[in-house]
Every structure is written in structure tokens, then in C-alpha cells.
Design a binder for this molecule. Structure first.
Ligand code: FAD
Length: 305
């Protein structure tokens, strides 16, 4: 390794940086080192630096699916802001860097008359996070839009390769990439959308999705849905039926609007969230014999096994 981390191009480096600034829930203590990658080469170089210096590392996109400990993360957190995007309105082919904001991309595609990504207007985070999680909403998901992904599998190589969508083994909020920290770097996604639609009509559909969300989900900073829906049921329905709507631990509460959301009543910590997660899982398991699986990931000191 010839260059120090702060000398690498297109990388902004901070020490002891509070992660709450980089997560949708506005939770998270300091990262020992935080590096904002503004180009895909910087993303790769930061990971390479971490490997060579044997530093623990994690990539975050929008931090919209992570609960980060108030004690922070020991190691390097790489915030992915690589955003080059090409949209071909004639063919419907969209090539987006993994740090591209999904809601912005969805709006841009709508503006070009491309159909298929309207669901994305209401899902916070980046293209990379959406690829990893098979993010989706309102009947759509990444699995239906993605043609291929450019990726580095550090277990087998240090150079990017192209994977067709089938290789990701997509299922409901699942891909082979999920939960494999330190193994994959998602660099770019190629989406295939349907060209030739009326942007006004697509926009109307997208706006209805936003209205629906506002009506059915609590406002303010959150982690979105905490648990995956179990087969043929809804996590929110089970939590509500267990009498847990409004249940509070410390500063966090099971939302009274939608029981699969937890809301911060003002001074919640990630530990409060973790305690409420456990309580809800235990109560639902005892009442209904259903094991609720987390949709979000818990990261950092005291939250990881
Ligand atoms: C209010 C709210 C509403 C939500 N609604 C929905 C919804 O309707 N549907 C839905 O599916 N989700 C929803 N979510 C969850 C979240 O938006 C999605 O999971 C989103 O795809 C996360 O993207 P991100 O960039 O924020 O990922 P992050 O939270 O930053 O990261 C998630 C995981 O992906 C990994 N990762 C991210 N980028 C890369 C990369 N480039 N390479 C390798 N690994 C990477 C991270 O290491 C981490 O393990 C919601 C969240 C909130 C806060």
C-alpha cells in the first residue's frame, strides 16, 4: 500500500465521526474512521486499504436498513457516494453506480418515461443497498428491475465481475450478498426498464405510493420495517395482535400507526431498540409460535455477535 487513507483520491476521511449523521434513524455512535467515497475507484481503494492494514470495515449506502450501536463501530465505515448514472430512454437501460440515491434515480427514470422503478420513489437508501436487500415496495422490487450487477467477490478475486441477476438468488428481502460483511463490494447496477411511457402517468402512480405511505406509516426518522413479513402473514399484524402497539422500552416505542415500525420518542438509543426487538420477538413467539426475522441489520459495539 503506497498511499495513506487520507491521501487516496475522491475520499473524504474523518476520525471519530458520529454515525448518527449517516443513518436514516439518526442513531449511531462514532466510527473510529469514516471515509466518504465519491467515486467507485475510491470505494475499491478504501476497501483495499482496510484489507492491507487489517482494519475491520463496512460499506454503508444511505444507512436506511441499519441499527448502529451508540458505542459506535471499531474500524472503518465507508460511506458510498459513487453516483455516476447513465439512462438510455430509448432502450430502457439504466446503468447506475451503487452509491446513487434510489429515490432520485426512480424520479429520473419516471421523467424519461421509463416504467418499472416507480416503487423506488418511497424507499430510502442507495442502489447498492437495494441490490443487497432486494429492496421493494408496492408490488415491485429490485429482482424485477435488475439485469446485472458489477461486483467484487473478495473471497475469489479483487477485480470486478458482472453477475446476472439469477446469481443473486433473490427472494423476499433476500440475496446471497446479504449478511456477508467483508466479502462483497457492489459497484454498479444495470436495470432494464420499459421505455416509451407517459412520464405524467408514471409520476401519478409514484405520487400515490407516497400518499399511501404517509397515511399508513409513522412520520419522522425511522428504520422502516423492523421485521420481515412471515410467510402468508404480516409482522405488523402479529405484533399488534400480541397487544404490543405503543409498547415502550426506554425512548423507543412500537408505533401506534404501524406496529412493524419502532419510533424514537426523543431520546432512544440503539440499545433501547435492541431490547424492544427482543421483547417483541419473544412475545410474538410465545403468543403465536412465529419467529419474527429481522429485516434490519444490527451493527457495532454490543449489537453484533
Ligand atoms: C422510512 C423507511 C422506509 C423503508 N421502506 C422500505 C421499503 O418499503 N422496502 C424496502 O425494501 N426497504 C425499506 N426500507 C429499508 C431500506 O430503505 C432498504 O433496505 C434500502 O435498500 C437500504 O439501502 P441503503 O443504501 O440505506 O443500505 P444500508 O442500510 O446503508 O446498508 C444495508 C446493507 O447493505 C450493505 N451495502 C450497502 N451498499 C453496499 C455496497 N455498495 N456494496 C456492498 N454492500 C453494501 C451494507 O453493508 C449493509 O449490510 C425503509 C427504510 C426506512 C428508513
Amino acid at each position: 500500500m503506497s498511499l495513506a487513507l487520507h491521501e487516496l483520491p475522491h475520499l473524504i476521511v474523518h476520525r471519530d465521526e458520529p454515525l448518527a449523521r449517516y443513518t436514516a434513524a439518526r442513531l449511531g455512535g462514532p466510527a473510529d474512521i469514516l471515509a466518504i467515497a465519491q467515486h467507485r475507484d475510491a470505494l475499491i481503494a478504501a476497501v483495499q486499504w482496510a484489507r492491507e492494514t487489517e482494519t475491520r470495515w463496512i460499506i454503508l449506502g444511505g444507512g436506511a436498513n441499519v441499527l448502529i450501536s451508540e458505542y459506535g463501530f471499531r474500524g472503518l465505515v465507508i460511506i458510498n457516494r459513487s453516483k455516476e448514472t447513465e439512462i438510455d430512454a430509448a432502450s430502457g437501460r439504466v446503468v447506475a453506480d451503487s452509491g446513487t440515491n434510489l429515490t432520485t434515480l426512480a424520479r429520473r427514470c419516471i421523467g424519461q418515461g421509463l416504467k418499472g422503478l416507480e416503487w423506488g420513489v418511497s424507499v430510502p437508501g442507495t442502489v447498492g443497498g437495494a441490490v443487497v436487500n432486494n429492496a421493494g415496495a408496492h408490488g415491485g422490487d429490485m429482482a424485477h428491475n435488475l439485469a446485472s450487477v458489477e461486483i467484487i467477490d473478495l473471497e475469489t478475486s479483487t477485480t470486478p465481475e458482472t453477475w446476472q441477476t439469477q446469481a443473486l438468488n433473490y427472494d423476499y428481502r433476500y440475496s446471497v450478498l446479504k449478511g456477508k460483511r467483508g466479502r462483497y463490494i457492489v459497484l454498479q447496477a444495470t436495470l432494464q426498464l420499459e421505455p416509451g411511457h407517459d412520464p405524467k402517468e408514471l409520476s401519478q402512480v409514484a405520487d400515490e405510493f407516497i400518499v399511501y405511505r404517509k397515511r399508513t406509516q409513522p412520520p419522522g426518522a425511522s428504520l422502516g420495517s423492523m421485521f420481515k413479513n412471515p410467510p402468508d402473514d404480516y409482522a405488523g399484524r402479529l405484533i399488534e395482535a400480541a397487544g404490543l402497539k405503543g409498547h415502550r422500552i426506554g425512548g423507543v416505542e412500537v408505533s401506534t400507526v404501524h406496529a412493524n415500525f419502532f419510533t424514537n420518542t426523543g431520546d432512544a438509543t440503539a440499545s433501547d431498540y435492541a431490547a424492544l426487538i427482543q421483547h417483541v420477538q419473544q412475545t410474538v413467539a410465545t403468543r403465536f409460535g412465529v419467529g419474527l426475522e429481522l429485516e434490519i441489520e444490527q451493527i457495532g459495539e454490543g449489537l453484533e455477535e
